[in-house]
Design a protein around this ligand. Sequence first.
Ligand SMILES: Nc1ncnc2c1ncn2[C@@H]1O[C@H](COP(=O)(O)OP(=O)(O)OP(=O)(O)O)[C@@H](O)[C@H]1O
Ligand SMILES: [Mg+2]
Length: 285
Amino acid sequence: MKYVRERDESGEESTQKFHREAERIDKRDRVILKNEEERSVFEEVFDRKTLMILYDLSNADVFSYLNGVISSGKEARVYWGVKTDRTDVAVKIYLVASSDYKKRLQYIVGDPRFDKIRRDSRGIAELWARKEFINLKAAFSAGVPVPEPFAFQGNVVVMQFIGKDGIPAPRLIDVKATRSDYIEVIKAMRLIYQKAGLVHSDLSEYNIMKLEGSLIFFDFGSAVSTEHPASEEFLRRDISNINKFFQKRGIRTEEDEEKLLTRIRGRKSKSEDENEENQTREVGA
Ligand SMILES: Nc1ncnc2c1ncn2[C@@H]1O[C@H](COP(=O)(O)OP(=O)(O)OP(=O)(O)O)[C@@H](O)[C@H]1O
Ligand SMILES: [Mg+2]
């Protein structure tokens, strides 16, 4: 069933139709609405403003209709969207009523790309959506294998669907990982850092998919500019998480994480730079 495309004067009727449709999807998927408490969860995802945004995006044929829930995280829901040409898209809705955002302001404050920050809950949800979209764009343009970002509006991001028939590709945690996957991850981390100017900051086996032997990196909401004061700390954590995962799977990894850090950044670490500078000064060069 398609969402109604004609908008009445107030937009009221269409919004209600969108609301009914969204409710039908969640009911069918039996994700929520089992009781009053869960009903309020539903309203937290599909508040009036979000419904209007979905309606606008569907009017612009960014997608035609939503076909089911793919994932219900603490901060966002991902829906399977279908376009009029029947291609699939992923529609990620950042929850306005997530209590987790405030904790995660550290991934925004200090990033020179985001100087004005609205701290109300909708403002933060919208900022996350915008940030994920901008990050995906930068990564995509840098040639990193990521879902192609198509659009964002308010707290909603629409991107290429990675998978088939509404079923997302398995994540690295779900499949057999190989040494060449490890090498691909390190290569992607270099590209993300050097070409996209970003640190993923939430990189793990849960945020990498494997489709037909190739890896696809996603969930870029937390990614920060390399200029962010904590970007080195976040990069070290990403490296350590990735190494731990591959080691658990019995795959040989580069154990010298400092060396990896240098390789990913493509330049020497600050202390190495300083050392070198001092040495240069000492020899009078
Ligand atoms: N572009 C996409 N194509 C297909 N499936 C996707 C896409 N993006 C996300 N998913 C699915 O939705 C799940 C959650 O996505 P994502 O990690 O971006 O959201 P999240 O709210 O940060 O979730 P979590 O809190 O679990 O990390 C993914 O594990 C994946 O199964
Ligand atoms: Mg995730």
